[in-house]
Design a protein around this ligand. Sequence first.
Ligand SMILES: [Zn+2]
Length: 244
Amino acid sequence: MGLDNGHTHRLDLDDATLREWDATVLHSSADDGIVLDRSAFYPGGGGQPPDHGVLLWGGVQTRIVGARGGDEFYLVPAEDDPLPPAGTTVRGALDDDRRSTLMRTHSGLHLLSGVVFRDFGALVTGGNMEPGEARMDFNLPEIPADFKASVEAACNVEVDADRRIDVRVLPRDEAFAIPDIIRTATNLVPPHLTEVRIVDIVGLDTQADGGTHVASTRQIGRIQVAKVENKGKGFRRVRIRLAP
Ligand SMILES: [Zn+2]
């Protein structure tokens, strides 16, 4: 399905706006962390760092400061916080500020990649983000003189256009029939996946992606291009931040 990690149902993939939910602890140990039956924590991946938050139970709280995805999805508790034993019912809550800012930042990066491909024909070679700031690497041999200013202006035109950002899950064959997906993702999607999650900034950028996103480009807010770095032959790094 792609909507689960091991024994954990991924609520964040169903609804990126969810911030609080009830869950049962399936596993808990100081060595490897906590496994829930249902979780809205984003485990990290695709350049988006994991969520932070808390588990509330029995009058105490366990702060969650990280996560490890993979075959099983472990939440990493803060050192010295009490651990809810297996079987405990907990109330999960995300750090809303961090998650909401990461959603805007992640959507901003997709918007940037759509603009730079459309206006300059450059392909993305890498990227990473922290809340409110991000970098994306492009294969771009020549930089026009006004590159930084024109990218920033074009990004904010697309923010103002308030384009819808749709997330859907498609069968693999159908996903790879989309030309943009072949361009960006063929080598990134593991061969065993039968379904592919698609994030579509309608009319601008379509990518295979597992992250959390805002619902439209206006929700990203102002984008500033902070810096364009030359990292070697054809390798340009564009740093953006969300305006405060
Ligand atoms: Zn992404």
